[in-house]
Design a binder for this molecule. Sequence first.
Ligand code: KDG
Length: 316
Amino acid sequence: TPDVLTLGETMVLFSPDEPGPTKHQQTFKKSLGGAESNVAIALSRLGNDVTWHSTLGADPHGKYVNSFVRGEGVDTSTVEFTNDAPTGIMFKERRAFGETSVYYYRHGSAASTMTPDDLPADAIAEADYFHLTGITPALSDSCREATLAAVERAREADVTVSFDPNIRYKLWGSDEEMRRTLLALVEKSDIVLPGIEEGRTLFDAGTPDEIANACRDRGAAIAVVKLGAEGALVDDGEVTRVPGYKVERVVDPIGAGDGFAAGFLDGRLHGLGAVEATKRANAVGAFATTVTGDVEGLPTERELDVFLGEREALQR
Ligand code: KDG
């Protein structure tokens, strides 16, 4: 039985070798992108039993995604393959001045065809934690239904639900629909992990304390508001600011939130309190920012312990 089960869409991700506008890029590095599989891979590297569920296209990209995730030690045995829709793909764009942005080619993708009937109902009920993000319900109507059904299934079975809103504006029809759907999921979650800007979008709240409070008012036992380089604010009835770690050279912040979620859940699985788990979350998030891909920089358990000063480094 898995420590954590998560589900969502994973795409083949093409990252340009150089910063600059996509139109003029010639060469791309191939890897994979998918918030939930990022969390699954991070948790697996840290030594946990994780199941990732999805529907992939029965095409070379789908095979690549499945092998990659499985190769990281994640259980992909419930993943389905369809001949009726392709695996999604995405391109990252790093501009010399400014933020990383993305271009998606995922409309009508294999994962977007997921329905409540495709859920691994037994595996969900057997997990200790069910982790979801706000990306999955944005993919299609059937994905929204599947996400809600999965959460209900987890709740019925007393599985702890952890939720990262992960707002992706490019995927939502309207802000109104986005807010309604994501707030409904907040209400069904035990742990909520919004970024500060996401919190401002979802709630009528400005400060991290207010955002955490808004999550707890809607039923979350623990809210952790991510503050980027400044760390996070955690509220489990008691509010604590947990400082972040300094990263000398941030290569790409995409994936940091997923590392953060994994670090937090890993801490809880190790029996840590909310503040200690948030420290771990900050650390894993920091690792994710050191590389262009989402998962290549994620630490093993040993690397994380060395980073946190809990173990001596073995140089040779
Ligand atoms: O959190 C990182 C993800 O955003 C990235 O891997 C791609 O899942 C992805 C998405 O939908 O943007």
